[in-house]
Write a protein that binds this ligand. Structure first.
Ligand SMILES: NC(=O)c1ccc[n+]([C@@H]2O[C@H](COP(=O)([O-])OP(=O)(O)OC[C@H]3O[C@@H](n4cnc5c(N)ncnc54)[C@H](OP(=O)(O)O)[C@@H]3O)[C@@H](O)[C@H]2O)c1
Length: 278
């Protein structure tokens, strides 16, 4: 299989590169050589004619998107549109990586693949627009929503918590925002299985279970031998951000699970991450 990975220097892109090479022929695209928001992207994909494109490129600065909506929509909606145009011309399949944040995340809700998105922030609206743009153009399409990604080489919640614990000796962490901590190498394995299935559609590929930010941080500190670091739970309104995240955008993997594709519990994945990074 000839695979094109966009955003190959991001944290998911790096995990995909590591996992799919050298078993598959892999072409890596990253900025500045390959900006997916350039309309010429469609021609470039058509000329390359890969079997599958995995779009791991995105504007992921959720707070920054609030004051730069055009840039966020260019990367997260127009970029996927151009990729889909190129795929349609050469017969490639597209994996469009999307986000749990396309849901409003009402308290107590668990979102399955068939639920209607209700994005709130600029980032979330741009990701939802990317889903719509690709669906309008392509049948050979997997829309894969992930959540709370972390993995080797990424600048992510676990790496920030460990750094802050070592620097400050105590932490305050939001306890009323919930999600699915999801390990990028596990997403790569699940994507290979999904692509092999040929069953196009919308999927939620997240590690099993869910947690609050506070619970995620507590488990991380415990597993990394920092269990004695004082951790104080706080409400989200005590940690104000330009883009307040959905409080309970917890995803359920129903569609991929029906095909036998499961990601392990998030605590097991976190333990592996710590073994590999400490
Ligand atoms: N991180 C999360 O917790 C999370 C949660 C839910 C969904 N997601 C989704 O998962 C996917 C992967 O996220 P990630 O955490 O791996 O993000 P990341 O580490 O921020 O990587 C994104 C990559 O995309 C590149 N990029 C941005 N705009 C681009 C453009 N116009 N053309 C080409 N490349 C561009 C960035 O390049 P530069 O380095 O040059 O900026 C960066 O290397 C994204 O679709 C994201 O929306 C992430």
């Amino acid at each position: 299989m000839h695979l094109l990975i966009t955003g190959s220097r991001g944290q998911l892109g790096q995990a995909l590169h590591t996992y799919f090479s050298p078993a598959h022929q892999v072409t890596l695209w990253s900025r500045p050589q390959h900006d997916i928001a350039d309309p010429a992207t469609a021609d470039a994909v058509a000329a390359l004619a890969p079997d599958v494109v995995i779009n791991a490129a995105a504007w992921t600065n959720v707070d920054g998107a609030q004051s730069a909506p055009d840039a966020a929509f260019a990367a997260n909606a127009l970029g996927p549109k151009y990729l889909a145009e190129g795929c349609a011309r050469c017969g490639a399949a597209l994996v469009q990586i999307s986000s749990n944040e396309v849901f409003a995340g009402e308290a107590g809700r668990f979102y399955r693949e068939y639920e209607e998105p209700g994005p709130v922030t600029v980032y979330a609206r741009s990701k939802a627009a990317g889903e719509r743009a690709t669906r309008q153009l392509l049948d050979r399409l997997y829309i894969v929503r992930v959540a709370w990604l972390y993995g080797p080489g990424g600048h992510n919640f676990p790496s920030k918590i460990v750094a802050a614990a070592d620097k400050h000796g105590s932490l305050r962490v939001v306890a009323d925002e919930f999600g699915n901590p999801t390990y990028t190498p596990d997403v790569a394995v699940a994507l290979e299985q999904l692509i092999a299935s040929g069953r196009y559609g919308i999927y939620h590929l997240v590690n099993e279970g869910w947690a609050s930010r506070y619970e995620w941080a507590a488990e991380l500190l415990r597993l990394s031998g920092r269990g004695d670091v004082p951790l104080t739970p706080i409400p989200a309104h005590e940690w104000p951000r330009p883009a307040m995240p959905p409080p309970h955008a917890v995803l359920v993997n129903q569609a991929a699970a029906a095909l036998g594709i499961h990601l392990r519990p998030w605590q097991e994945a976190l333990a592996e991450y710590i073994r590999n990074t400490e």
